[in-house]
Design a protein around this ligand. Structure first.
Ligand code: KG4
Ligand code: ZN
Length: 332
């Protein structure tokens, strides 16, 4: 079973070829970061145009690298929601043409589902039922999975996503885009506890998140701070500790509500070492195995879409050529 997968929902155009469950033949990612960084965030119009330019050459390169041609492909998968709708549409359009011309099944994959399945691509010992925390630039969602391809949403953000908060704080501090990795690097040399920010919605019995207030707290602090001994690194450290603290607390609360033995972390913010380590420690001390993808598979890539498609195909959960692109969920 050779799956061709396309991912174009934001500022990465990616194509992967996956043989069976885990044999990744190729995973090419054409990042647009340098195009968007001067604007401090993704410009949808620019993202769409660039996807159009790079998709066909990337497809040829992927086939050549994997040493296959169109006749070897058994199914075509595409991330079809959520995302910047114009960007998603480019991948969906291409996938529909390919599936139609090759007369092979088309599999529409929810982008969040893709992030979760990056874990199944890399780990063969994950057991159900499990909990998953997807933390990306667009989403912060805690999910319960009783089995493959079935999801129960336990909680999500009421406003900004975790990654969005990293990006907006970095933009405010003049650090560039995307902000997550830059803040993480600076936070490493910040003094823990020198600046303490509020941890929104913690201490509550529900599993919802809010990151917008944390971002505002950073802005207000910087605008009113008169203590010159406080460095940019200390501020980044304070912000990251608060964001990670909230995520770990809610993950543990989810575990109390659904006592499972496996926990998956996924999405771009899962690349954050402080988050990975705090969550791993918290889970392991409760006898729970924590899984997260290697760094390159945390941020957007088509390999994760191919991985999700493998399990969807196995269950007959395929789409048809009426598949459309959507900006928002309905939830998984
Ligand atoms: O999953 P992703 O590539 O795209 C979306 O689906 O949104 O996630 C991108 C997000 C950005 O907000 C970026 O700042 C964040 O992931 N990110 C990080 C780190 N690396 C990427 N956040 C915190 N620490 C990192 N090391
Ligand atoms: Zn993503």
């Amino acid at each position: 079973m050779l799956i061709l997968a396309l991912e174009s929902s934001c500022d990465e155009c990616s194509i992967a070829l996956l043989e069976g469950q885990r044999e990744l033949k190729v995973n090419l990612v054409a990042s647009q970061i340098e195009l968007h960084s001067k604007y401090g965030g993704v410009v949808p119009e620019i993202a769409c145009r660039r996807h159009l330019e790079v998709l066909n050459p990337l497809l040829s390169e992927a086939l050549e690298t994997a040493g296959v041609d169109f006749s070897h492909i058994d199914a075509v998968a595409v991330s079809h929601r959520p995302g910047l709708v114009g960007a998603v549409l480019i991948g969906v359009g291409a996938a529909k043409v390919l599936a139609g011309v090759l007369n092979k099944p088309l599999v529409g994959v929810n982008h969040l589902e893709g992030h979760i399945y990056a874990n199944f691509l890399q780990h063969s010992d994950i057991e159900f039922p499990l909990l998953a925390l997807v933390v990306s630039g667009g989403h912060t969602s805690l999910l319960y999975m009783p089995e493959h391809c079935r999801y129960e949403l336990l909680g999500e953000t009421r406003d900004d996503a975790a990654g969005e908060a990293f990006d907006k704080v970095a933009k405010f501090l003049g650090l560039g885009y995307p902000g997550g990795a830059i803040i993480e690097k600076l936070a490493k040399s910040g003094i823990p506890g020198k600046v303490v920010f509020p941890r929104p919605l913690t201490g509550k019995a529900h599993l919802e998140f809010s990151f917008s207030g944390l971002k505002t707290a950073v802005i207000n602090f910087v605008n009113s701070n008169t203590d010159e001994s406080i460095t940019l690194e200390d501020i980044c450290r304070g912000f990251q500790d608060a964001a990670v603290g909230v995520l770990v607390e809610k993950a543990l609360l989810a575990l109390e509500k659904q006592p499972v033995k496996n926990f998956l972390l996924a999405g771009g913010v899962a690349a954050n070492t402080a988050l990975r380590e705090s969550l791993r420690q918290a889970m392991e001390s409760r006898g729970v195995k924590m899984f997260c993808p290697t760094l390159a598979f945390c941020t957007d890539n088509a390999a994760m879409i191919a991985s999700a498609a493998y399990y969807l195909l196995e269950r007959g959960l395929v789409s048809d050529l009426s598949l459309d692109a959507y900006a928002s969920l309905p939830q998984l």
